[in-house]
Design a protein around this ligand. Structure first.
Ligand SMILES: CC(=O)SCCNC(=O)CCNC(=O)[C@H](O)C(C)(C)COP(=O)(O)OP(=O)(O)OC[C@H]1O[C@@H](n2cnc3c(N)ncnc32)[C@H](O)[C@@H]1OP(=O)(O)O
Ligand SMILES: CC(C)C(=O)C(=O)O
Ligand SMILES: [Mg+2]
Length: 519
């Protein structure tokens, strides 16, 4: 078994993408999570970039234990000195210095002849070695560089003391077979290559960053540079979660290679980054997207309900994803519907299910997803043939809140026609009003999920609340919409409560019928 080192550059290359800048505190929070995830190296930033980035690298170096902490630096003494200063407090530190090696970069960007680039690379590595014996050297734009020149600069960098040689596909130009050949060629043509670890750093401009990284690993690279959710310059870097899970799921193909990543932390890490940057991954994103373990079509749902392995090559638990999600929509079938109804507590005859299925399909043709509330409406109408009166009705509520006030709410509601009043405080206005409703009813349902979102991007937008609660073992969901977020939350909570109470009554009446043997 051979280890592949995971070098995370979310906080350096990832942060370079427009809209992904993080504050020092946010970078620290992310670095602590990366340490829990088990990455081997955290590239915490580019100390010479700004005072803020210097502070972030310094704070991470002092606070985060476990991984090697690294700072990027140009092949310049001033950059390397700043990197070394920022890293002083680290348990283990690495300086990562780089210079471009392609003709186009050397000619137009650096305006330096190749021999001068060779000299600078060598000097930079030797200078960095004064501060640490862990020095990484990158040949920027390696995939568009001349092979012979690459071999020479790598050899010189290793002689000068580089312990890791990174081969970046800076502009995402390579294709997997060609990139694998480049790694093979470096292994075969750089005489002292055995004294350094080969690393790769791929960009996704043509959507091949992960494929290129994996092929390089297959051909001898033992460090891979990547980012959470694949964030990074332009189209991004290779996604950490995809590389790690590919190595794990396809260990048959990758021949005994392993990483030290605790894959159960992957989803949490991805979501933390989304929350910090305010940028969410697309639903179809591999490994961590909302739909990565969701199934809407009937044939797939039937398969997954019988055995998840029919349509899932990894389990949601493996990556810390909440669970497989069976989504009811127009492509769903009877098996999924039956399973959902059972989960909701309804045990219905085949004839009843047929009726519900017909109505469900008709509804699904009109809307994207059919929720529990929609199914319940069909059940009440088609099976129970009742128009239930809502057991709980909020008649009036009042909330006091402010930056120097303890949020307090008073609620007047009716429960089965009986008027009740209660007052409660809470962490915020929504918490206070929900606690007051619970107090008035003398119940404490568990709040399993609560989200509130604006339906349009204006300050006067309608807010939509969605809640899932559990009352006496019965799970139910509710929804509320209003321009006032507190009112939308109250509506959603009461909606979920009413559904739970009605469902409980239904289950009890069915039980009674079964016990008495009458209809
Ligand atoms: C592929 C990559 O991801 S590389 C990393 C990219 N990341 C960043 O650039 C983020 C941080 N960067 C910054 O904050 C700024 O660019 C700084 C502070 C580093 C430099 O800012 P400035 O001094 O104003 O220079 P500016 O960014 O305009 O130009 C870059 C300079 O660095 C030089 N340079 C670029 N790469 C290197 C290198 N590896 N080694 C030495 N010099 C380099 C360029 O030739 C140019 O030099 P010049 O000013 O003599 O023309
Ligand atoms: C600094 C280097 C490693 C880089 O980010 C790139 O070449 O893409
Ligand atoms: Mg890069």
């Amino acid at each position: 078994m051979e280890r592949v080192y995971i070098f995370d550059t979310t906080l350096r290359d990832g942060e370079q993408a427009p809209g992904f800048s993080m504050t020092t505190e946010e970078k620290l929070q992310m670095a602590l999570q990366l340490a829990r995830l088990g990455v081997d190296v955290i590239e915490a930033g580019f100390a010479a970039a700004s005072k803020g980035d210097f502070e972030a690298v310094k704070l991470i170096a002092e606070e985060v234990k476990g991984p090697v902490i690294c700072s990027l630096a140009r092949a310049l003494e001033k950059d390397i000195e700043l990197a070394a200063q920022a890293l002083e407090g680290a348990e283990r530190k690495r300086i990562h210095t780089f210079i471009a090696t392609s003709e186009i970069h050397m000619k137009y960007k650096l305006r330096l002849p190749p021999e001068e680039v060779l000299e600078r690379a060598e000097k930079a590595v030797a200078f960095a070695r004064r501060f640490t014996d862990d020095v990484e050297f990158s040949c920027e734009d390696a995939t568009r560089s001349q092979r012979e020149f690459l071999y020479r600069i790598i050899e010189r960098a290793i002689k000068a003391g580089a312990t890791v040689i990174n081969i970046p596909d800076t502009v995402g130009y390579a294709v997997p077979e060609e990139f694998a050949q480049l790694i093979e060629d470096i292994r075969n043509n750089v005489p002292n290559i055995d004294k350094a670890i080969i690393s790769v750093h791929c960009h996704d401009d043509l959507g091949m960053a992960v494929a290129n990284s994996l092929m390089a690993i297959k051909h001898g690279a033992r460090q891979v540079e990547c980012t959470i959710n694949g964030i990074g310059e332009r189209a991004g870097n290779a996604a950490l979660e995809e590389i790690v899970m590919a190595l794990k799921v396809r260990k048959d193909f990758f021949g005994g290679l392993y990483t030290n990543i605790n894959t159960k932390e992957l989803y949490k890490t991805s979501r933390l980054l989304c929350r910090i940057t305010g940028s969410f991954v697309p639903p179809n994103k591999a490994v961590v997207g909302d739909n990565a373990f969701a199934h809407e079509s009937g044939i797939h749902q039937h398969g997954v309900l019988s055995n998840p392995l029919t349509y899932e090559i990894m389990s949601p638990e493996d990556v810390g994803f909440p669970s497989t999600r069976i989504v009811l929509g127009k492509h769903s079938g009877r098996h999924a519907l039956k399973s959902k109804l059972k989960e909701m507590g309804y045990e219905l005859s085949e004839e009843e299910i047929d009726k519900i299925f017909e109505k469900f399909k008709a509804l699904a043709d009109k809307k994207k997803e059919v929720y529990e509330e929609d199914l319940e409406a069909i059940i009440y109408e088609e099976v129970m043939k009742i128009e239930e009166e809502e057991p709980v009705k909020v008649l009036h509520y009042q909330v006091q809140t402010g930056d120097k006030l303890l949020p307090t709410a008073t609620v007047v509601l009716s429960y089965m026609g009986e008027e009740r009043t209660a007052t409660s405080t809470g962490n915020g206005p929504v918490d206070a009003v929900i606690k007051a409703i619970q107090k008035a009813l003398g119940i404490e349902p568990k709040l399993l999920d609560f989200s509130i979102k604006a339906l349009t991007p204006n300050t006067d937008a309608q807010a939509e609340s969605r809640l899932v609660i559990e009352l006496d073992g019965i799970k139910s969901s509710g929804r509320g919409v209003d321009v006032d977020v507190i009112k939308a939350s109250v509506q959603g909570f009461v909606d979920a409560l009413n559904r739970a109470i009605l469902r409980k009554n239904y289950i009890l009446s069915r039980q009674r019928v079964r016990e008495e043997g009458t209809v």
